[in-house]
Design a protein around this ligand. Structure first.
Ligand SMILES: Nc1ncnc2c1ncn2[C@@H]1O[C@H](COP(=O)(O)OP(=O)(O)OP(=O)(O)O)[C@@H](O)[C@H]1O
Ligand SMILES: [Mg+2]
Length: 794
């Protein structure tokens, strides 16, 4: 069945039908770029008989890739199997898995994430005697990452380094690459660098891919870095059938090496390029689009673009000025509940923030109001220590040369292998030119070590070896490691709440294993029927080398999961995420919290024009995610990064024309009212005892968690309670209580959450007194509704 071009507008259809030669679609947010790219793939396969394996589609996140595959499945059905729809990093991993030997690595290489990498940096710095106080590790990592994204090898980097940090970074860079190679590992940036080198230095490999990928498409091209640009260039060099889509106004990753010039100079790179402009926005209502256009118009360095919509104006942009971050979170929770009662699904609501540090308070407030949410980024499951331990064990099973993994877990759980022993193994391994595991195996014979230590090391080595025999049976090997290493029993012995939480996480991890097994079977099916396209890269094995080695596959899958992939498909919940992660997505209702100077725009960027322009593009991305309703919130004072500060309202709010805004909260009386003048930052307004005290009062004020459901009275009260802790510095909003006092009504059957007693049910209402039966204790307590630390949860 031919692809239905009729559902596209003129320029969109033109882009879909322009299938030969270079094509650029440069257009604003929500104009259908991703839709056009997807339709073009469908058109190629469905109408022009292009084989699916001849198509390479690159997206910015794994989530976007999954969505695209799903949409394709909907249009062309199972024919999209065998097609490469992936991120740059996943694509590079596939290429490297097929041909790692050409580069002197083995196929079972490990991918180091930021945490592994940091450990390695610290080791190297210790080894080279570099003082981390003078040369912070993050700064060095940033420099080297930037060099890798620009494809600058250690030798050239050293020649170019003139400043002290650069010179130190050059020494580390050289050693880093040696260490990574010895560990048979790549860091994230290396995936791009080595894939590039593979294509650049092995013409037969390059040619095989050029012949295979006759049609190349890249979404979000404005955020490609130099390495990605170079890889794309090589792949497209022969047939030049390359389509790139993007929006220069949405370039938000320059801090990670993205180069906006890649898209702006596409027409120069491909002189006979066809360019299509899309000007109709199909995503947002009129007011949201007008706000976005007004904000971005303040950037000097941009290609001016028109963007119109035929949608209705919709609601005005809601601006809420909170007293503090708690009030902000509480208010957001309330508004979410209002939307929900009006029929909007939680899934269609998102709360964005500029920095991860903001999420904790928002989470707390949603939790207390009983709003289900999922958080993307921040408290990443896979970043938890116990999960990292399990992962390190598994990594070691697949790649025993991974010294970082070995050292992480040799004494986890504690089995009496101390620092001295580890150093001894390390030194021995270094002298003998061995890996840490090989060293460990021999140290067992060292009579100078205590017998118990030798036994412990021996058992550890033995465990890893035994597990290797089962590496094809994923669930079994994971169970074996968890069980035999004694991870759960050690935690059980600790017998603390925290340990129990960790056990739950490990159990949750088994669920992840199962989830993988299910999706992996599908993947297998996807590649099981080899197409002509799989026979690539010269004599090397086809790209499907990993089939059958499910543990290696699993590890790779976990490593490549970007934050966005933690979003579940089922279970309705509000999404919390940073603005950066929201790229390409859309929601009916969007909240962006923390709209204050120094937070958004972020303080790191406020002093330079280019930085401000990037922050403004970020604001543009945030605004344009909203389909129907947009909320922007800010707080008069905020505790964040361990200090209290008070900052003016974000310039991005001012840049939205006043007639498009509707303001409420503290500042509703006057936008730049006296309370909003610059106060600067004040460290520890609340004093040192406040953290704990704040926590307590917070529990108390949890009674106002349901404030958003009309319970403004208690919101006011708890605000006052809060003030006694915050110091009564006039930050409490006296108006809030009076103006919005509605009084809360409880009735029999309501579910409540009490700070101390937990969940319960209202069994009787006697004037202001509630009789609540608590689930945990089974007891019924009489509580005064306005004073008890309770929140209505259903
Ligand atoms: N011709 C059309 N008719 C109806 N809906 C459309 C049309 N084109 C795009 N849309 C819808 O508009 C929304 C935005 O499209 P899409 O996500 O492809 O835009 P985009 O340009 O990729 O946006 P962004 O710049 O944010 O990535 C989607 O919901 C899409 O289905
Ligand atoms: Mg898009």
């Amino acid at each position: 069945m031919p692809v239905d071009i009729a559902t596209l507008n003129g320029p969109q259809a033109e882009a879909v039908q322009c299938t030969e030669g270079p094509l650029l679609v440069l257009a604003g947010a929500g104009s259908g770029k991703t839709r056009v790219l997807t339709y073009r793939i469908a058109h190629l396969v469905e109408d022009l008989d292009v084989a699916p394996w001849e198509i390479l589609a690159i997206t910015f996140t794994n989530k976007a890739a999954a969505e695209m595959r799903e949409r394709l499945q909907g249009i062309i059905g199972p024919r999209c199997r065998g097609m490469w729809v992936s991120t740059f990093h996943s694509m590079c991993v596939r290429m490297l898995r097929a041909d790692a030997e050409r580069l002197g690595f083995s196929k079972s290489f490990t991918i180091y994430d930021a945490d592994d990498q940091k450990r390695l940096y610290k080791e190297i710095m210790a080894e080279l005697d570099i003082d981390p106080k003078r040369f912070p590790v993050n700064a060095l990592m940033g420099r080297i990452s930037q060099a890798k994204n620009e494809l600058i090898v250690p030798g050239d980097f050293e020649k170019q380094a003139i400043d002290p940090v650069g010179k130190v970074a050059a020494r580390i860079y050289t050693r880093l690459q040696e260490r990574l190679r010895a560990a048979n590992a790549f860091d994230f940036d290396d995936l791009l660098v080595y894939a590039y080198l593979l294509l650049k230095n092995h013409p037969d490999v390059l040619e095989a891919y050029q012949e295979r990928f006759r049609y190349i498409m890249v979404d979000e091209y404005q955020d490609t870095n130099h390495a990605q640009y170079a890889i794309t260039g090589l792949l497209a060099q022969k047939y030049k059938n390359i389509m790139v889509v993007g929006d220069d106004d949405q370039s938000i990753y320059s801090w990670r090496g993205a180069d906006i010039r890649n898209i702006l100079e596409f027409e120069q790179d491909y002189p006979n390029c066809h360019t299509v402009k899309l000007e109709q926005n199909y995503r947002s209502v009129g007011n949201v689009l007008a706000a976005a256009n007004a904000v971005i118009a303040n950037n000097q360095h941009r290609k001016a673009k028109k963007l119109f919509t035929s949608a209705e104006d919709g609601e005005k942009i809601h601006v809420y000025m909170a007293t503090d971050e708690r009030d902000e979170g509480r208010w957001i929770a309330g508004e979410i509940e209002k939307r929900r009662s009006a029929g909007m699904s939680y899934n269609q609501i998102a709360v964005f923030y500029r920095t991860n540090a903001q999420s904790r308070m928002l989470e707390d407030m949603l939790l207390r109001a009983g709003v289900p949410y999922r958080i993307v980024g921040g408290t990443k499951f896979f970043d938890r220590a116990e999960i990292r331990d399990v992962m390190a064990y598994l990594t070691l099973v697949v790649n025993p040369s991974d010294d970082i993994a070995a050292k992480r877990v040799i004494n986890v759980p504690r089995r009496g292998i101390g620092k001295t022993t580890i150093e001894r193994i390390e030194q021995f391994a270094r002298e003998m030119g061995m890996t840490f595991m090989q060293g460990a195996e021999l140290v067992v014979l060292d009579p100078e070590l205590r017998a118990s230590t030798r036994r412990a090391v021996g058992e550890f080595v033995e465990l890893i070896k035994e597990a290797q025999e089962y590496s094809g049976e994923l669930r079994r090997v994971v169970e074996m490691i968890v069980d035999r290493a004694g991870l759960i029993s050690a935690l059980t012995n600790e017998n603390t709440d925290e340990a129990r939480g960790r056990i739950e996480n490990i159990q949750e991890f088994m669920g992840v294993v199962d989830e993988f097994s299910q999706t992996h079977e599908e993947d297998d099916a996807e590649f099981a029927a080899p197409t002509e396209g799989d026979a690539v890269a010269g004599d090397a094995e086809p790209v499907r080398v990993l089939r059958g080695d499910s543990l290696a596959d699993f590890i790779e899958w976990v490593r490549l999961r970007t934050d966005l992939d933690t979003m579940g498909e089922d279970g309705k919940a509000v999404t919390l995420m940073t603005v950066h992660s929201s790229k390409g997505l859309e929601f009916d209702c969007v909240f962006t919290a923390g709209m204050e100077e120094t937070l958004f725009p972020h303080m790191n960027s406020v002093n330079d024009a280019a930085g401000i322009e990037e922050e403004r593009r970020l604001a543009y991305v945030a605004i344009t995610r909203a389909r129907k309703v947009l909320y922007l919130t800010c707080a008069q004072q905020r505790q964040i990064f361990g200090q209290t500060s008070a900052n003016p309202v974000s310039r991005f709010i001012h840049e939205i024309p006043a007639e498009l805004r509707q303001t409420s909260g503290l500042g509703s009386a006057g936008f730049s009212g006296t309370g909003w003048e610059k106060r600067g930052s004040r460290r520890g307004i609340a004093g040192s005892g406040t953290e704990a005290g704040g926590g307590r009062v917070f529990g108390r004020s949890s009674a106002s968690g349901s404030a958003g459901r009309g319970d403004r009275d208690r919101a006011g009260r708890s605000g006052h309670t809060g003030s006694s802790v915050h110091g009564s510095g006039g930050y409490v909003n006296p108006k809030a209580g009076k103006k919005e006092a509605a009084g809360v009504t409880f009735s029999v059957g309501d579910a409540v959450d009490h700070k101390t007693f937990g969940r319960g049910k209202v069994v009787k209402v006697d004037g202001d007194t509630l009789h609540i039966r608590f689930a945990k204790t089974g007891q019924t307590k009489k509580l005064l509704k306005d004073y008890a630390p309770i929140v209505k949860i259903g």
